[in-house]
Design a protein around this ligand. Structure first.
Ligand code: ADP
Length: 628
């Protein structure tokens, strides 16, 4: 019979597994035990509603055969039928994981692969032939799946009395580098189980050598006994003080397929109307697919230590979707169907309680470990901002104090609260400037004077920031104001008086420029906010210039325009020159147009007619040179 081919991506992964010089081959034990445990969970879950399936001796057994070099792991879980074998062992279930592994492979970062957990395939690191003998619950046929390499596999009907799965590994021959026969040594396997799978809640049984004292003289003999080699207490059900940080880390990394340690671990129990234990983690890095639809939020849900479901999204709010972890509650009835679970008010109560915990944890981190918090914020801040923004700001009150922005105070992160405390006397509004980097913001014509006057400016570096400010509306009674808005008011009384005087003196030329620009601007005026720059553009209180740029770039609002105001610096030589030209009755159309285009460019906006702009510049250059 011809071998069936693995799906292409599986084939490459298998090849990588089989030939990797990967140092930590041990992890295959963990992977196979965890699959067996999942299969037992699935059977247990079905048995809740189908008594035919009940079996009070759900367990895992490991058998070692030194002579035949066989490592066998058996479970009496749900089992697989032919279709399951095809689907589950012929391809990689999680398509996202393959992309990830490929990325690592390209980086030659093979060591990480094991930690990521590639499941069943990891067995190819130690075996050159794998057999899976399995029989699914509620069926009467058994099958044998066999594969000797990435070349392919075959499936035959087989004989098996009881329901469940045996995975039989024919271990590779020992080499100078790797002693595969270690995996036939029961002491070594015990060590691995303790290390990786101790908390598995089903007994893992194995024949082990025990030394027994046989008489009073202290004579002893070695006997073989079949023993349970794991302690079976899930980590989160252990006493906190008996758990080492290392154990938490290992648990997190293995359970949630992350090769980075968690940034924060929360382990606590709540007693009361709804009692539960939670083990929650804030990851230190956003998963590679975090900001995509592939990412699934939610916590694992257990009831009395029994797994119920993965990715229970009803346990944590969307704005905290980065949280990984699990909840174990005695109060959740196991018989309720998964659909009903969603509306269950116990679940609602747990969710509210978890949200609150997360919030207080983040607040504490913000107040006591600001550096840690900024690390967190760099990864997940966009999520919090989005959380405060979405649903018309439904959650903004819960989240606003967790938001931090960089500011001109030290070019570092600050909270809004701290900003308010540093506000200058008489300052009413919270000033911000939008730009793609701090350097870019510092080049903005209108920022120089604001900073000179000692006002602090928040740097809005994310596209969402300004939209967020519109949703927040104000903080502590102070509204947000872009330094690019027409009506921003930093002027002192003298400055105002001077500007008004100059404006009336220059009314004619300002009107003339306005006439040239037509409906491109709603106003042309003299400015007191400019220092070294000749012009800038600002917008009125509606759409801002940055929003115009963003909406047009992202095609969300093509053609939307901000109401623009051209501001001219009356103290700049350029304006003085312009006046001279005007007084001489020169044609100032060209100058006015170039001035406007310049202001557009400085604001990061496209100029309407680049060809005309370029012609005007060329003509001006020719005239300038001719006049020399
Ligand atoms: P993962 O466990 O991450 O889904 P694996 O490659 O380890 O990926 O396993 C693929 C699938 O094969 C599992 O999801 C499960 O459906 C099935 N499987 C593996 N081992 C067993 C087992 N012992 N009993 C029943 N099904 C199994």
């Amino acid at each position: 019979m011809a071998l069936k081919q693995f799906k292409t991506e599986s084939k490459r992964l298998l090849d990588l597994m089989a030939n990797s010089i990967y140092t930590n081959k041990d992890i295959f034990v963990r992977e196979l035990v965890s699959n067996a445990s999942d299969a037992l969970d699935k059977r247990h879950y079905l048995a809740l509603t189908d008594t035919d399936l009940a079996d009070d001796d759900l367990h895992i057994a490991i058998t070692l055969d030194k002579k035949a070099r066989l490592f066998k792991i058996s479970d009496n879980g749900i089992g697989m039928d032919r279709e399951d074998l095809e689907n589950n062992l012929g391809t990689i279930a999680k398509s996202g994981s393959f992309d990830f592994i490929k990325e690592l492979e390209d980086k030659k970062d093979v060591d990480i692969i094991g930690q990521f957990g590639v499941g069943f395939y990891s067995a190819f690191m130690v075996a050159d032939r794998i057999e899976v003998l399995t029989k699914k619950v509620k069926t009467d046929k058994a099958y044998r799946w066999i594969s000797e390499s990435e070349e392919g596999y075959e499936i035959k009907t087989a004989q098996k009395d009881s329901v469940g799965t045996d995975i039989i590994l024919h271990l590779k021959e020992d080499t100078d580098e790797v002693k595969y026969s270690d995996y036939l040594n029961s002491d070594y396997i015990q060590v691995l189980i303790k290390k990786y799978s101790d908390y598995i809640r089903y007994p893992i049984r194995m024949d082990v050598e025990v030394i027994k004292t046989t008489d009073e003289e202290g004579k002893s003999e070695t006997r073989i006994e079949n023993k349970t080699i794991n302690s079976m207490t899930p980590l989160w059900r252990k006493n906190k003080k008996d758990i080492t940080p290392q154990e938490y880390e290992d648990f997190y990394m293995q359970t949630f397929y992350d090769f980075n340690k968690p940034l924060k671990t929360l382990h606590y129990s709540v007693e009361g109307n709804t009692s539960y234990t939670a083990l929650l983690f804030i990851p230190s890095k956003a998963p590679y697919n975090y900001y995509t639809t592939d990412y699934k939020l939610g916590l694992k849900l257990y009831s009395r230590g029994v797994f119920i479901k993965d990715e229970a999204s009803e346990l944590v709010s969307d704005c905290f979707r980065f949280i990984r972890g699990l909840v174990d509650s005695d109060d959740i009835s196991l018989n309720i169907s998964r659909e009903i679970l969603q509306k269950d008010h116990q679940m609602e109560a747990i969710k509210r309680s978890i949200d609150k915990r997360i919030k207080t944890t983040l607040e504490k981190m913000l107040n006591e470990e600001f550096d840690e918090y900024t690390k967190f914020f760099e990864e997940f801040g966009a999520q919090l901002k989005f959380g405060a923004y979405e649903d018309y700001g439904k959650n903004k009150d819960m989240l606003v104090d967790l938001l931090i922005f960089k500011s001109s105070y030290k070019d570092e992160y600050t909270t809004l609260k701290d900003y308010i405390q540093r506000m200058k006397e008489g300052q009413k509004e919270i000033y911000y400037a939008v730009g793609e980097s701090i350097a870019k913001i510092k080049e903005m014509p209108q920022i120089e004077k604001v900073l000179d006057k000692g006002y602090e400016v928040l740097y809005f570096l994310d596209n969402v920031d300004e939209f967020l400010a519109t949703i927040l509306m104000n903080y502590d009674g102070h509204s947000f104001k872009s330094i690019n808005k027409g009506d921003v008011d930093f002027e002192s009384a003298e400055e105002k008086e001077k500007r008004e005087k100059e404006t009336s003196e220059n009314k004619d030329i300002l009107d003339e420029i306005k006439k040239v620009l037509g409906n491109k601007v709603i106003d042309v005026r003299l400015s007191s906010r400019l220092k070294s720059h000749p012009v800038c553009l600002v917008a009125d209180d509606n759409l801002s210039l940055e929003m115009e740029r963003f909406l047009n770039e992202t095609n969300q609002g093509k053609g939307l325009k901000a109401n623009k105001i051209l501001e001219i610096n009356p103290d700049h030589d350029l304006f003085k020159a312009l006046k001279k030209a005007y007084d001489r009755h020169d044609d100032i159309d060209t100058f006015a147009s170039v001035l406007y285009d310049q202001a557009l460019l400085l604001a990061g906006l496209e100029i309407d007619d680049p060809v005309a702009f370029s012609k005007r510049i060329a003509n001006m250059m020719i005239r300038a040179i001719d006049n020399e």
